[in-house]
Structures are given as C-alpha cells and as structure tokens.
Design a protein around this ligand. Structure first.
Ligand SMILES: Cc1cc2nc3c(=O)[nH]c(=O)nc-3n(C[C@H](O)[C@H](O)[C@H](O)COP(=O)(O)OP(=O)(O)OC[C@H]3O[C@@H](n4cnc5c(N)ncnc54)[C@H](O)[C@@H]3O)c2cc1C
Length: 468
C-alpha cells in the first residue's frame, strides 16, 4: 500500500483530479486505448505557475512524474501508474504576431489549435499530419509534416521555449539563453523540463493549397512504389508526400464500393501557388489507373485534419517503425508482401518522404534531431477497435513485429524517436539518436536533470562528461 498523498497542491490554481473524482477515468485516458494507467493524481495546470507548483509538489513527495501534452504518444508516456500526471491539456492558447510572423503556443496545444490561429493570417509552420496530435511531444522529438521539405522541421522553426526545470525553476531556452538546452530540446524529447510555451517562426502558406491523396489498387503496389521512388527524387521542396498502404477509408467523397478496399495511396501537399502544385503532382496523378483521385485545391487547415478520423482517440494501436536505407526493389518487395497481411481493416502503413529543407536547413549537429539524412521512413500501425478480441490484438502486434523483422536488411540510419512504441522499443532510444547525439544529450541531461526526474519518456540517461 502506498501512503495517501495530500491532494492540495500549494499555489496550484488548476484542477486536481484523483481516483475519487467522477472525471478521473476520462482524465487518465489518452489517444492509445490500450494504455490503462492509474495515476494517484492528475494536476491539470492552468499556466506556468501551476506547472512549477506541480513539479515542486511531486519532488517534495518523491512522486513519479508523467507529462501530458496532447496525450498522443503511442507508448502512453503521458500517463503513469501511481504517480502524478502534470497535465497541460488546459493550456492550449495560441497567440500569433502576424508582423513578426511568429506564434506563441502553450505547451498543451494541439496542431489543430495552431493551424486554426495561424491560417487566419495565411501563415503556418511545420506540424503533424493529424490535427489532434499535441504540439509538445511532437515538436520536442523533431516534428515532421507536410511543410518540412519547404520550411524545415518543427524544431527548425522553434525560436524559443519557456520551460519548468526539475528544480521547478522557470527558464527560457533560445539561441542566446541556455543554448546547450536549446540544442537538446530540438529533438531530445521531454527529458529536460516541461515546456509551458513554444515560440515558432511562421511562413506564408495557403490558405488554399493543392493537396490530397491518389489511391491505386493494392495489386499495383510494386509499380506505384517504383514510380514513386523516382518521382520524389525530382520534386520541388514545396511538395510534401506521404504514402499510405492499407484499406481505403470509408470517406463520403469515395464511392461506397471502394470502402475498405486494399489500396496504396500517395498523399501530397504543395506549399505554394495552386497552379504550381497542379504541375508538381501531374505525373503522379497520371500514373497507372488510380481507383480514386482526391487531389484538389483545398484549404490547408482542412487538409491538416483530413485523415483525423482514420486514427481517432480511444482505438487500440501498436506501432513499429524504422528509417529505410532506400526504396530498393527488394525493400519494395517486402513492403508489398507484408502491407496488406494485417487482419484488421484499420491497420495501415505510413511512409514519410524527407529531403529538401530537412536535409539542408541546419548543420547535422545544430539540433538534437538525428534523421536529416533519411530519405524515407516507415511506420507499421496495427490498429483495432476497443471491443475487438484479444486475438485481434495479438494478430496485429505479431503482424507489425513480423513486418519490421522482414525489413531488417533495408533498415538504416535509426528511427524517428516519436514513432517508438512502448516496452519492447525502449532499448531503441540510442538507435534513434546515434551514439554521438545520444552522448551529448546525456551530458545536457546531467546538467539540467541529473536525478532523471523526467524519465517517463523516451529516456536519456544522465551522464556526466569524463574529464580528460
Ligand atoms: C495519429 C498520430 C499521428 C502522428 N503524426 C505525426 C506527424 O505527422 N509528425 C510527427 O512528427 N509526429 C507524429 N506523430 C508522433 C507524435 O510526434 C508523438 O506521438 C508525440 O509524442 C505526440 O505529442 P503529444 O504532446 O500529443 O504526446 P504526449 O503523449 O502528451 O507526450 C509525449 C511525451 O512528450 C513529452 N511532452 C509532451 N508535451 C510536453 C511539454 N509541453 N513539455 C515537455 N515534455 C512534453 C513528455 O515526455 C511526454 O511523455 C503522430 C502520432 C500519432 C498518434
């Protein structure tokens, strides 16, 4: 039995939710419905002062701390058993300075909040491709999305962050303030403190962009991927591309007879004038015999939420991911063999294409993001419904593991840290960063969080540099 904790947090103005409250189960639920953790209390902060008060409270009582941004991480690190969840979900304000082209974004905001406020001014910054993903976790891991080839990663657009340290101090990290910490925050995840606000650089985007997916039959996968491999070598940086293999979602814009039909899609978004976008995607749309072509002039803000309903909160998810050396014929053969072998019609595979500003924007050691040389990565997403049987869960988990195993000869350059799943992926954090970046992160960790207070995350173990 653990000793009861006094549930008054001194100096805290937000909500404290414990197992005795009616809203407890809702408050501890996160995006991945397989995660079922029972914190002793959830401190839903109203601002930075609350975050500091919650850290102080937790440290005084030696409570484990989990930090919740958007609650989207597949591994479920936003919640913990028995400890305290420092919950930023009520801190979602976004304030745009259109003259300076920056946005001040609170640590619990979702990408939909950012797009909503920035697009009023015809501005945007690189964010995730699902609007209910959190800015916090996504940005601190690097931040990939439709705009990255043109405007860099989310971390490349980060101007400064205000954070609460493990000692409950409130500090600012930027190129001039704590530059070592600023380096680590741009890729090193939630290891260094709790970010109460981010300031991002914005760029003119849209509001209308040429965007959407083209679907081909699953039988065409090999041909489509071979074409795609060549197509992306020569596209402008404005064009972001994501491949999705699975079944066609039951969207109203798609004929009912195609719903849940196995298919490969290439989805695009052109961050520039619509006419230029039309030209950039023409060859793709003309390739082979598409089942359905949904590429059209679209509001950027709508495109950003167009696949939200394929990955809703509360469904069950299990992911495996890796960077790929390249899309060789052999790698394509493995992908075509495994992509449609899942038993759930909701499971899918997603592949991001990088290059452009991701590779060019910053020197390799300028941020802790370690994947600048990667051309393609792959995320194998086992997805099933909460009321489906344990057999389904076992089948989807086995499928994802088998698929990753088959890709072994084609894996290269690590994995994106934000796509790592739970326990069986925890040993892959070093793989995500590579030895040099990991060592540097471990030294910054030793300076700012030597006791590893923030360890419920993709953890970097603190390491004091050895004096020579
Ligand atoms: C459906 C879906 C789509 C996705 N698409 C993309 C994509 O397009 N691009 C991409 O880059 N990633 C994408 N991801 C991965 C995403 O980056 C991670 O899941 C990320 O952790 C989500 O952040 P969050 O704040 O919602 O998560 P949470 O689960 O709330 O947080 C994850 C971890 O981040 C840390 N953290 C969160 N907020 C803060 C904060 N304010 N201060 C300090 N630490 C914090 C904590 O350590 C926490 O444990 C996607 C994930 C999902 C589930």
């Amino acid at each position: 039995m653990t000793a009861p904790v006094t549930m008054q947090i001194p100096g805290f103005h937000g909500d404290v939710i414990t197992p005795h409250h009616d809203g407890y189960d809702e408050a501890r639920a996160i995006w991945n419905g397989t995660v079922d953790r029972h914190p002793r209390l959830i401190a839903r902060c109203s601002g930075t002062a609350d975050v500091a008060a919650a850290v102080r409270f937790a440290r005084d009582r030696d409570l484990e701390i989990a930090v919740r941004g958007g609650g989207h991480n597949v591994a479920g690190t936003a919640v913990c058993d028995d400890g305290i969840v420092i919950d930023l979900s009520a801190m979602r304000a976004v304030t745009v300075d259109p003259a300076e082209r920056t946005a001040l974004v609170q640590g619990g905001a979702l990408w939909g909040d950012v797009d909503h406020e920035t697009q009023v001014h015809g501005l945007a910054t690189t964010g995730g491709i699902v609007s209910h993903t959190g800015v916090g976790g996504l940005s601190l891991g690097g931040g990939i999305g439709w705009l990255m080839r043109k405007h860099g990663l989310a971390v490349d657009n980060l101007v400064e962050a205000s954070l609460v340290t493990a000692d409950a101090d409130i500090i600012r990290a930027s190129a001039n303030d704590h530059p070592d910490l600023f380096w680590a925050l741009r890729g090193g995840g939630g290891n260094f403190g709790i970010v109460s606000s981010f300031r991002f650089r914005l760029h003119p985007v849209g509001p209308t962009v040429m965007a959407g997916p083209v679907f081909w039959a699953a039988e065409d996968t090999t041909d489509v991927l071979r074409f795609y491999r060549e197509f992306v070598t020569d596209v402008p940086d404005e064009l972001g591309n994501v491949v999705r293999l699975g079944t066609i979602p039951p969207w109203p814009a798609v004929s009912e007879k195609l719903h849940f039909r196995p298919a490969i899609a290439v989805a695009s978004c052109y961050a520039g004038p619509v006419e230029d976008g039309e030209r950039a995607v023409r060859a793709l749309r003309e390739f082979g015999t598409p089942l359905v072509d949904l590429v059209q002039p679209t509001l950027y803000v709508d495109h950003q939420s167009s696949i939200d309903d394929t990955v809703p909160h509360g469904w069950h998810y299990y992911w495996k991911s890796t960077n790929l050396v390249d899309l060789s014929d052999e790698a394509i053969a493995v992908i075509a063999d495994h992509a449609y072998a899942a038993s759930s019609p909701r499971s899918c595979v997603v592949m991001f294409h990088f290059g452009g500003s991701v590779a060019d924007r910053a020197p390799r050691d300028a941020t802790a993001y370690a994947g600048r040389d990667v051309a393609h990565n792959i995320v194998i997403e086992g997805i099933w419904l909460p009321d489906e049987s344990g057999e389904r869960a076992a089948a989807e988990t086995a499928w994802a593991r088998r698929f990753l195993e088959a890709l072994q000869p084609h894996r290269g350059g690590g994995v994106y840290v934000n796509f790592l799943d739970s326990d069986d992926d925890s040993s892959r954090v070093r793989e995500a960063y590579g030895e040099d970046t990991y060592r540097r992160l471990a030294e910054v960790k030793a300076k700012y969080d030597p006791e590893n207070v923030f360890h419920i995350n993709k953890n970097i173990q603190p390491r004091t540099p050895v004096a020579i």
